[in-house]
Design a protein around this ligand. Structure first.
Ligand SMILES: N#Cc1ccccc1-c1cc(NCCCN2CCCCC2)c2ccccc2n1
Length: 159
């Protein structure tokens, strides 16, 4: 059974830490978290070393999932990640094209997947928008709900 997933967004401080935390929470509820390696990363170098965005922290604390990523510090994806992870999830089309362009020239293990493609609510067209310039908690709550539905459906499809 494949057991490693990397969640990726532009800066690794807003969307991908929330997705990582949702995925870990679902695995913990299923009693299989110990079987998985789960992490998150950025396509850019914008925020390397930064903690998750404070608005995202607030949202994750509200949903009691911040403990899964409270020690996370933003990092940029590496070529090694493409051979170490079974699944690499991007959040939007820009992430997906960056992931394709940053991939090693040779073949690699990871499947590159748009996380929102697993969301049964199709109103966002599978895109989890960047909330960085979002002005309130609502934007982060929308990201959280999209990530939770998508991660839940992905795990159901896998089992
Ligand atoms: N870029 C863009 C962009 C476009 C549309 C919506 C959001 C963003 C946006 C902007 C950010 N940082 C501000 C610009 C950073 N500097 C850009 C020029 C190089 C030096 C760094 C973000 C930081 C962390 C996570 C997500 C972010 N997302």
């Amino acid at each position: 059974m494949s057991n490693s997933a990397l969640f990726v967004c532009l800066g690794n401080i807003c969307r991908s830490p929330i997705a990582e935390a949702c995925f870990k929470q679902l695995l913990q509820e299923k009693g299989v978290l110990a079987n998985w390696r789960v992490d998150s990363a950025a396509t850019s170098r914008y925020e390397i070393g930064s903690s998750p965005d404070r608005r995202g922290q607030k949202c994750m604390k509200k949903h009691k999932i911040f403990h899964h990523v409270e020690n996370h510090r933003a990092r940029q994806i590496t070529a090694k990640d493409y051979d170490e992870f079974d699944y690499i999830f991007g959040m939007d089309d820009s992430n997906m094209s960056n992931l394709q362009n940053m991939a090693p020239k040779k073949s690699y293990k990871a499947q590159l997947l748009l996380l929102g493609s697993f969301d049964d609510d199709k109103s966002s067209g599978g895109i989890i928008e960047d909330p960085y310039y979002g002005t309130d908690d609502e934007d982060f709550e929308v990201v959280y709900q999209q990530c939770l539905r998508s991660c839940r459906n992905f795990l159901q499809e896998k089992s």
